[in-house]
Design a protein around this ligand. Structure first.
Ligand SMILES: [Zn+2]
Length: 92
């Protein structure tokens, strides 16, 4: 009987774990509040330098593509490589 209950709990805890730890609604809300690349370009059209887009804080054109919670997260944050300002969000 207890093994059956544990089995039922074990199965039902997987989506709970996924929702709160892997998906993480708080991190999701934060990520979703970041602007997209289209928003960034619309907000700072003067920062487009040919094929590159410059940072609004320091003017650097190198950037890093970081996962939100882990390196392989599909929710990406694009940050300036020089000053680490978050530029926009992307998903893969
Ligand atoms: Zn910068």
């Amino acid at each position: 009987m207890w093994a059956e209950i544990a089995g039922i709990l074990g199965i039902s805890l997987i989506p709970v774990f996924y929702y709160f730890v892997v998906y993480n609604p708080w991190a999701q809300n934060h990520w979703h509040s970041l602007r997209t690349q289209a928003d960034y370009i619309a907000q700072y059209p003067e920062l487009i330098l040919g094929k590159k887009v410059a940072c609004y804080q320091c003017g650097g054109t190198e950037r890093l593509d970081l996962g939100l919670l882990k390196p392989t997260d599909y929710r990406r944050r694009i940050v300036c490589a020089r000053c680490k300002s978050t530029l926009w969000r992307e998903s893969i």
